[in-house]
Design a protein around this ligand. Sequence first.
Ligand SMILES: [Zn+2]
Length: 303
Amino acid sequence: MSVLSAAYFHDEAAAYAELEATLWPNGPVCPRCGGMERITKVKGGRMGLYRCGPCKRQFTVKVGTVFESSHVPLHQWLQAVYLMCSSKKGISSHQLMRVLDVQYKTAWFMTHRIREAMTAGNLPPIGGAGEVVEIDETFIGQKREKPKNARGYAHKHAVLTLVQRGGSSRSFHVDGTKAADLLPIIKANVHPETSVMTDEAGQYVTLGKHFTEHDFVRHGKGEYGRGETHTNTVEGFYSVFKRGMKGVYQHCSEKHLHRYVAEFDFRYNNRVKLGVDDEKRTYNALRGVVGKRLTYRRSNASA
Ligand SMILES: [Zn+2]
């Protein structure tokens, strides 16, 4: 049977039931007082409406999530989440607009809210004793104006990525690629007992002082790696990221880049090799919708 024939992709009541089961595995929780006692369904009320006995608040499962106060039916939201989670390189707002038959502005807003759901919170550092973290940076898109005679990558956006071999990735939109731009992020996100791998770039030369081991590949000498010394993992991450950003998201403005980057990290960290299939990945994204209510103004501003 096709995945897309699931009732929650077509039926609004089934969609509410599915989201409730995902976010409230032990039953409804009042968003105001956090209570679970004496919560009753409001008879004859709108879809999925509950009432908290102690604090008298009425609520649905959408309160406090990225779906709150959206006019798009929940079953269509679930279709959008599934599409973004199951496409390896993502899905553009234009394509989503066509598939869901909604306005472009709506589709754009939905993709940004779903990206917000994919964003991880504050996480402990990756790496650790016996672990290898590869570090690299890449350049993407174009800042609004390319200065005449621009050389190098000064006119492009820089992204820093840390990938633990066999583990997860973390990417950041950075102001530049000097040591002062990168080192604080690397130190905050990689455990000091880690072996770190980079290329020979100057901004990385001091890494050995902060980590158990620092080894590097000399790309300048045509070297791609010696045994365990390579950066193939982070380069693999970038090949998906760059193909996705080029092919799917052609116009990504600087203020939204951190969300696109989070989207690619999310899919990498919920990949098949780690035992996460499309369905599991969709549920993992759904669990991230809580506490990330995003208004149109905020997603349009520099949030
Ligand atoms: Zn309450």
